[in-house]
Write a protein that binds this ligand. Structure first.
Ligand SMILES: Nc1ncnc2c1ncn2[C@@H]1O[C@H](COP(=O)(O)OP(=O)(O)OP(=O)(O)O)[C@@H](O)[C@H]1O
Ligand SMILES: [Mg+2]
Length: 470
């Protein structure tokens, strides 16, 4: 509105200046035309009574003046020998009449045209001198521009009043429209304000298909994600608390009833120790998952894949009495975090051991896939255990989720269900994926697909390689 106002003022001022200049130009043109007409008459005109050329200047001027009908603000006069003839022709502004004799004043000037300041404002004038031999005289035509100027000002006042009314009207309309447009925004704000720390269920009503509706939609989607993240987080804390409570209860129970007999005491303490070990492992798994949220969780660098694979092979040996077969070894360099990848493969190997009987074969390998522009490195472990039920496959990578497949090593306590979550976190941090392929009853193959070349993402390669130690 302010811009419009300023613009209007500029337009009005400019228009006024142009119109005023137009008034001056028109006055000059009128004067020039009248002077030209008089000159023609003086040269060619004849006295109507004698039908002969004029013999006296006075007669010439009088005859000519009688025939004129000056327009508004235009005045003509005849001056002979410094004396004004009769009255003036035209409509001089009242202030001029009775004032100093302006018209005789024009005859004293050397120039034949000019501008005078009269009691009625600016007067533009032109003069034509005639000399008939018997006498000298002048024809004076003057224009009072004040009349034109006043009319310009009247017009400008009308335009200004109309513009102002329009401005007020459009301000009102703009206010109403802006209010309507901003109403949904206020709703979004109100909903945002309503959302407490614990209640993320509120949603903004989405109406229409305009930008505001899109904003509400985006806002709701953000809330969905927040709610999901929040629920997952709470679920995670609940599960972690629950998982930790069990070993604590077991340990406390054992310690409260600590037997006197040294042999029994030793056995109880061994039990307590194994329970505490399990708890320790759980806590470090939880810490690992928490750390997986940090950007420096994996630090990829060029790694000799074959060497890494041999390392993995030697590290899986102590996990269980299995026939570990290295089936294929990818040759070349890949941008991965060898330490984390080894950790993931050990988790998969531990699972394979947990789900298979002694002396069975567990195969593992690595291979490059994809094309030259997007090479992928796949690492896999395949066992001959019971496999994964199809309905379990999508969920076992979630935290604290265990499958329903029977575990042959019945004496072993079931895990917490964090192993595959860690594997997936490591794959995700590499911008890759973790997968399982299984036919129930006929073994399972778990693996990782990782991009083999640096993933365009600022700063990742630059991270301090020492940061993720431990
Ligand atoms: N090699 C496998 N064969 C069959 N089922 C498997 C295999 N590996 C994992 N699973 C299924 O996936 C589930 C989740 O595995 P995950 O490693 O996440 O947890 P866990 O081994 O039970 O516990 P944790 O690893 O935390 O000690 C397991 O409970 C099991 O049902
Ligand atoms: Mg496991």
């Amino acid at each position: 509105m302010l811009t419009t106002f300023v613009l209007l003022v500029v337009v009005l001022v400019t228009a006024r200046n142009l119109l005023l200049r137009e008034v001056d130009t028109r006055a000059n043109a009128d004067i020039a035309q009248e002077a030209a007409e008089f000159r023609t008459f003086a040269a060619e005109g004849v006295d109507p009574t004698t039908t002969q050329p004029f013999t006296s200047v006075e007669r010439l001027l009088e005859t000519y003046l009688l025939r004129q009908s000056p327009s508004d603000g235009e005045v003509m006069a005849g001056i002979v020998d410094g004396r004004q003839l009769g009255g003036v022709r035209g409509n001089p502004p009242p202030a001029v009449l009775g004032g100093p004799d302006l018209f005789t004043a024009t005859t004293t000037a050397a120039k034949t045209s000019g501008v005078l300041t009269s009691p009625a404002g600016e007067m533009r004038w032109g003069r034509v001198d005639v000399d008939s031999g018997t006498g000298r005289g002048s024809f004076v035509v003057a224009a009072f521009t004040e009349v034109g100027r006043a009319s310009v000002d009247r017009t400008m006042r009308t335009i200004a009043a109309v513009s102002l009314a329009g401005l007020v009207l459009s301000t009102g309309v703009a206010y109403l429209v802006a209010g309507r447009i901003l109403l949904p925004v206020r709703t979004v704000r109100a909903v945002a304000a309503e959302i407490g720390e614990t209640d993320l269920t509120a949603r903004v009503p989405v109406e229409g298909r305009d930008d505001i509706a899109a904003l509400a939609q985006t806002f709701n989607e953000m809330l969905d994600r927040l709610e999901h993240a929040y629920t997952t987080q709470r679920q995670f804390v609940d599960d972690a608390g629950h998982e930790l409570r069990t070993p604590i209860t077991v340990v406390r129970g054992h310690l409260e009833l600590l037997p006197e007999d040294p042999e029994e005491r030793r056995r109880t303490l061994a039990l307590v120790d194994s329970e505490l070990t399990r708890m320790g492992r759980l806590v470090s798994d939880l810490l690992m998952l928490a750390k997986a949220e940090r950007p420096d969780f994996v630090v990829p660098r060029p790694v000799d894949v074959a060497q890494t694979m041999l390392d993995i092979e030697s590290k899986v040996q102590p996990l269980g009495d299995r026939r570990w077969h290295l089936m294929e070894v990818a040759e070349g360099t890949a941008w991965i975090d060898a330490q984390r990848v080894t950790q993931a493969m050990l988790q998969l190997a531990a699972n394979a051991v947990a789900h298979t009987a002694d002396h069975t074969t567990v195969q593992l390998g690595s291979r490059f896939g994809g094309d030259d522009s997007a090479r992928t490195l796949s690492l896999w472990i395949s066992d001959q255990g019971p496999g994964v039920q199809p309905q379990d496959a999508p969920v076992i990578f979630d935290r604290f989720r265990r499958g329903r497949s029977p575990e042959p090593a019945a004496d072993r306590r079931a895990g917490a269900g964090l192993g595959l979550a860690i594997v997936r976190a490591i794959a995700d941090a590499h911008h890759g994926s973790a997968w399982v392929r299984s036919v129930p009853g006929d073994g399972a193959t778990f693996g990782l697909d990782l991009p083999a070349d640096p993933v365009a993402q600022g700063g990742r390669e630059a991270a301090d390689p020492n940061e993720h130690k431990g």
